[in-house]
Design a protein around this ligand. Structure first.
Ligand SMILES: C[S@@+](CC[C@H](N)C(=O)[O-])C[C@H]1O[C@@H](n2cnc3c(N)ncnc32)[C@H](O)[C@@H]1O
Length: 386
């Protein structure tokens, strides 16, 4: 199990806080490795046969698997524990971050400018409805809520919680989703040398940093709608000695000039938007890319081709973890969408790529949990050249 890299702004935990956080992590591992596999046994021995008896055929998709599984007490127990583990995770991290809020805010202020990066906030930016309507993945206040002046709470909470949520499988800097497309670019697009890079939906910059390291001569920009995550992202980047220009902008329509980037990237941004926003974001990518420029997006595995049971388990977040666009985002036809916003279909790539962390990104045991976005050891990659 990886430990998290200590950097200048990571919230600390006292003895009791750490004990609670470690308990949640162990609880999640226990659920994923010991309890969740029982769902498959219940599906094979009860849910599917019951469905077959009633309908004269097996469930044809994840929705029908859902109907059959929702009645099973074992699944109900697991689902309730899974949700509880999520709420406990935010509680365990938030209490530590809340205790240190003032120090973290001061720390972020002090770090600003150390590595030459910048932060531009826009208090008038309207937070999209798809972020205001729910506390996304049960994170109190989502990515955008300020609990104090110059707040960094959402960023600090996210940084620590993601490490617990992914059970360490995103690496010590939570950066596997950035490392993976970087590795793919270095292997498959070796001649491509971007000079200006934009990361959309960067949150605290976990996946931005690998791009800074991979292309040290490039000017790197990163945007998000949430001010508290951006303040923290800026402080974190400066603490890590990485120069990034962060700004608070909606990726659906930014203030950058036409054809001003060679490379645009995003990492698990799409599933937290909406159908219309996703189209707008891709249109914006097309507008912002120079001719010959590339966009590279990373997402969780689409449901297509998956066994309906597996898709059902992955779909858990849609209704149980405040991820309203999760289901629809897993069935998007990216080839068609890219073409419809102006990309040449022959220059679109959609494929699964192995995680840069490889085996380390996988669980120690066969994990099979709902919402297991980090556990399969591979990521869905969607790239296109303008
Ligand atoms: C799951 S997080 C992304 C994680 C991050 N890319 C990483 O790799 O660690 C989704 C982020 O996208 C941001 N976001 C959602 N919609 C956005 C939009 N329209 N424009 C900019 N950022 C957006 C959210 O505020 C949130 O910080």
């Amino acid at each position: 199990m990886s430990t998290q890299t200590q950097h200048g702004i990571l919230p600390q935990a006292n003895h009791d806080e750490l004990a609670r956080q470690e308990f949640v992590r162990s609880f999640k591992i226990h659920l994923a490795s010991r309890v969740s596999p029982g769902n498959r046994a219940i599906y094979d021995t009860r849910a599917e046969p019951e469905f077959e008896k009633e309908h004269g055929r097996k469930p044809k998709d994840h929705r029908e698997v859902g109907k059959a599984m929702a009645r099973q007490p074992y699944y109900q127990m697991w689902s309730s524990l899974q949700r509880t583990s999520q709420e406990m995770m935010w509680d365990a991290v938030s209490s530590a971050v809340d205790r240190q809020r003032d120090e973290l805010i001061d720390g972020a202020r002090a770090l600003s400018g150390k590595a030459g990066g910048s932060l531009t906030l826009d208090p008038s930016l309207e937070i999209p409805r798809y972020h205001k309507a729910v506390d996304i993945h049960c994170m109190p206040g989502g990515y955008h809520t300020d609990f104090a002046e110059d707040d960094v709470t959402a960023g600090a909470t996210y940084d620590r919680a993601v490490h617990i949520y992914a059970m360490g499988r995103l690496g010590e800097l939570n950066d596997d989703m950035g490392q993976t497309p970087v590795l793919w670019m270095k292997n498959e697009q070796a001649a491509f040398q971007p000079r200006r890079i934009l990361d959309m939906g960067c949150t605290v910059g976990h996946s931005t940093m690998p791009w800074v390291d991979a292309y040290p001569d490039a000017e790197v920009h990163a945007i998000d709608v949430g001010a508290p995550v951006l303040r923290y992202a800026h402080a974190r980047a400066e603490a890590l000695g990485k120069k990034v220009h962060f700004s608070q902008q909606n990726a659906e329509r930014t203030n950058f000039e036409d054809e001003s980037f060679d490379l645009i990237v995003s990492h698990i941004l799409f599933h937290e938007t909406s159908s219309q926003a996703l189209r707008n974001i891709l249109e914006e990518c097309h507008r912002l890319l120079k001719p010959g420029g590339m966009m590279v997006h990373v997402e969780a595995k689409p449901y297509e081709g998956m066994h309906p049971y597996d898709a059902f388990m992955l779909d858990w977040d849609t209704f149980n973890n405040n991820e309203p666009f999760w289901r629809a985002s897993h069935s998007v036809d990216y080839n068609r969408l890219a073409e419809s916003v102006g990309f040449d279909g022959d220059k679109v790539i959609t494929k699964m790529v192995p995680s840069a962390l490889g085996e380390k990104a996988k669980a120690r045991t066969t994990l099979h949990q709902g919402g297991d976005f980090a556990g399969s050891g591979e990521w869905f990659l969607f790239a296109a050249t303008k």
